[in-house]
Ligand binder design. Structure first.
Ligand SMILES: [Mg+2]
Length: 227
């Protein structure tokens, strides 16, 4: 029996290994901009990047601002002079060529595509994400992809989900399931929009108590028994 006909998948770190793509893009920036590459420098970049994405999730800054600002802060902390806009351009270019599926993602999407309708719901820079999705082995299994920049709103905002629902015939709050790894964008978004959600938590992070989490999985194959 099918419980959730419409499956809304987050992309990065739910179906795609974004950490690997991100590390590769950082490598490309260091090469192109003559910045010495080390784990410490990558960790510093990640602190700048993550702080800004959290601010973005809270609606405190725009994506155009954050993609440049993360490099501006990184370069300032290293105390070196490089063009942050160029760093970001190299980064996005490298990222747009990297889409590595996570374990079991391809098998899962292929199998479910016979019985369910699969969509991607992703907060990202539209040009980069479209390129990554198009090149991905998962592309044939999806009926559509909703990228926040195109929607003019992002997870966890209600306006983003209004956009998604307006573009999928037949979807209702009770026949869809959102699957994602992020508490602040995916699970918070499902809570805001009152739709069922499944938290993909491969590392076994502690469960928060102020969010509704209908299902929690550590392995994508556990979805077969839920949907
Ligand atoms: Mg994610």
């Amino acid at each position: 029996m099918i419980h959730y006909q419409y499956l809304l998948f987050d992309a990065d770190n739910t179906l795609f290994d974004f950490d690997r793509a991100n590390r590769g893009a950082f490598h490309a920036v260091c090469q192109a901009m003559d910045i010495s590459e080390s784990d410490e420098h990558f960790a510093l970049y990640e602190r700048c990047n993550n702080a800004l994405w959290r601010a973005f999730d809270r609606g405190e800054c725009t994506k155009d601002f954050l993609v440049i600002e993360r490099f501006r802060r990184f370069l300032a902390q290293l105390d070196i002079e490089r063009d942050p806009e160029r760093c970001n351009a190299v980064h996005l270019q490298a990222l747009s060529h990297s889409s590595f599926p996570l374990p079991y993602a391809e098998e899962l999407c292929r199998t479910l595509s016979f019985t369910h309708r699969l969509y991607l719901v992703t907060n990202a820079v539209a040009a980069v994400q479209r390129s990554r999705l198009r090149r991905s082995v998962l592309a044939p299994y999806f009926s559509g992809a909703f990228i926040s920049e195109d929607a003019g709103a992002a997870k966890p905002d209600v306006a983003y989900f209004d956009y998604v629902f307006a573009h999928i015939d037949g979807i209702r709050r009770d026949n869809c399931l959102l699957i994602g790894d992020s508490l602040s964008s995916d699970i918070q978004g499902a809570n805001n929009y009152a739709i069922p959600c499944c938290w993909y938590n491969p590392k076994g992070a502690p469960r928060p108590d102020r969010l509704r989490i209908d299902y929690e999985i550590r392995d994508l194959r556990q979805l077969y028994n839920i949907v």
